[in-house]
Design a protein around this ligand. Structure first.
Ligand SMILES: Cc1cc2nc3c(=O)[nH]c(=O)nc-3n(C[C@H](O)[C@H](O)[C@H](O)COP(=O)(O)OP(=O)(O)OC[C@H]3O[C@@H](n4cnc5c(N)ncnc54)[C@H](O)[C@@H]3O)c2cc1C
Length: 380
């Protein structure tokens, strides 16, 4: 297996790095401090052609694949995890299910504006009483002629309220649990769709996470994604790719934290020697970079398998668990290398340590991922 980047992927990586440094990094700390979502960043991502990297040109995408998408999430998250989670949610959990399961008409109506960056996407699966247990959702969708009427609420929806297009899961037959769930495409402004509480979060504070509320929300039957009862299958497929995105998010955060720690250790002196001269610091940095590269390889493997249409459920779960645990360890160690300065809010490692935590929770907790991996291991 060769996970080295092609020339085109390397060029894309350089473009993404320059874009992140120019358009995202300068305001990352202030947006986090103010807990402020900035829509101009998504517009800039769209204008640069990064909003639909893995989708074909005929639907507004850039004709890349899951590897390009992972590169984008990693490079943006290296300077701002909130921007990384905003984009990876938009691509993996909104645009991708429309691409994979939508009709041609749905792709033209919804995927094209998502992939071109004209419209931002969000998804709603988690509910107040169901997160890990996705099949236990309480939101219902009842067919009324040419429409469905949705009732219920979703929590923690990244991009919620700011997004134009929503992929939402509801029970069309609650007695069937996992086989009674159906996916729908909703648009902002549909009658009966409103936005409730916006969460105040520990990290990724300049990404918005909001409640979606459906009160007799009228959704045309033409907006049903897939068949009735296919919702869980669609959600699980989207979450497989979503986990590779979260792994890339974690690798980016960890790499950014390592670079901050390295710069600090180079400039800070003790006993007239730079901190970097001490072997304790060097060993910390060596372990950090080794773990990051191991996590990056697992992430690239999951993306590479997806790009080749090979099974990747096990690979993306492994990448997500490994990379998120690495991000937590590396950011904690980066704070340690900066000492008291690392604990202060005017240094980015403090933000990075808070941001890393979400990667162990979002898209299915690491405990749930370990259950998925164990199921595969036991079956082998
Ligand atoms: C910032 C943020 C953004 C999010 N964005 C979105 C979004 O855009 N759209 C969306 O739909 N959701 C979103 N989520 C929801 C997220 O995916 C869930 O929070 C996550 O899947 C965990 O579900 P939960 O919060 O209900 O926790 P629970 O499932 O209640 O888990 C609580 C604890 O129990 C453990 N646990 C759960 N089940 C088992 C089990 N079977 N065996 C052993 N242990 C178990 C978990 O590992 C965890 O430690 C977001 C969450 C956050 C925090």
């Amino acid at each position: 297996m060769d996970f080295s980047l092609t020339d085109a992927q390397r060029a894309l990586q350089q473009d993404l790095r320059a874009f992140a440094a120019r358009e995202v990094a300068p305001t990352a700390a202030a947006r986090d401090e103010d807990e402020r979502f900035d829509p101009t960043i998504f517009r800039a991502i769209g204008a640069a052609g990064f909003a639909g990297l893995p989708f074909p040109g005929q639907y507004g995408g850039a004709g890349g694949d899951a590897v390009s998408s992972a590169l984008a999430t990693e490079e943006l998250s290296r300077v701002c995890a909130a921007t990384g989670i905003m984009l990876s949610t938009h691509v993996s959990l909104v645009a991708w299910p429309v691409f994979r399961f939508g009709t041609d008409e749905q792709k033209r109506a919804f995927l094209a504006p998502l992939a071109s960056g004209e419209k931002l996407g969000a998804y709603g699966l988690s509910e107040p009483d169901s997160g890990g247990d996705d099949a236990g959702i309480q939101t219902t969708a009842v067919r009324r002629g040419d429409d469905y009427l949705l009732q219920g609420a979703k929590v923690f929806s990244i991009n919620g309220g700011e997004a134009d297009i929503y992929v939402v899961y509801a029970a069309t037959d609650p007695t069937q649990r996992s086989r009674g769930m159906t996916a729908f495409i909703l648009e902002k402004g549909m009658p009966g769709l409103r936005f409730g509480k916006t969460e105040r979060k520990m990290g990724v504070r300049s990404a918005v996470a909001a409640e979606l509320v459906f009160e007799d929300c009228v959704v045309p039957a033409a907006n049903r994604l897939g068949a009735e009862g296919e919702g869980l299958k669609i959600a699980l497929a989207a979450l497989d790719g979503g986990r590779t995105g979260i792994a890339a998010l974690a690798v980016g955060i960890a790499q950014g934290a390592l670079e901050e720690a390295l710069a600090h250790a180079r400039g800070r002196t003790h006993f007239n020697r730079p901190l970097l001269d001490f072997q304790t610091t060097q060993f910390k940095l060596a372990d950090m970079q080794t773990e990051i590269e191991a996590a990056r390889l697992l992430t690239r493997r999951a993306a590479w398998l997806e790009a080749r249409a090979a099974p990747y459920t096990r690979a993306s779960a492994m990448a997500k668990v490994m990379a998120s645990d690495v991000a937590m360890r590396v950011t904690t160690e980066a704070v340690q290398i900066l000492g008291g300065y690392g604990y202060m809010r005017d240094r980015p490692v403090e933000r990075m340590m808070r941001d890393a935590k979400i990667t162990q929770i979002y898209g299915g907790t690491n405990e749930v991922q370990r259950m998925v991996i164990a199921r595969h291991v036991l079956a082998e």
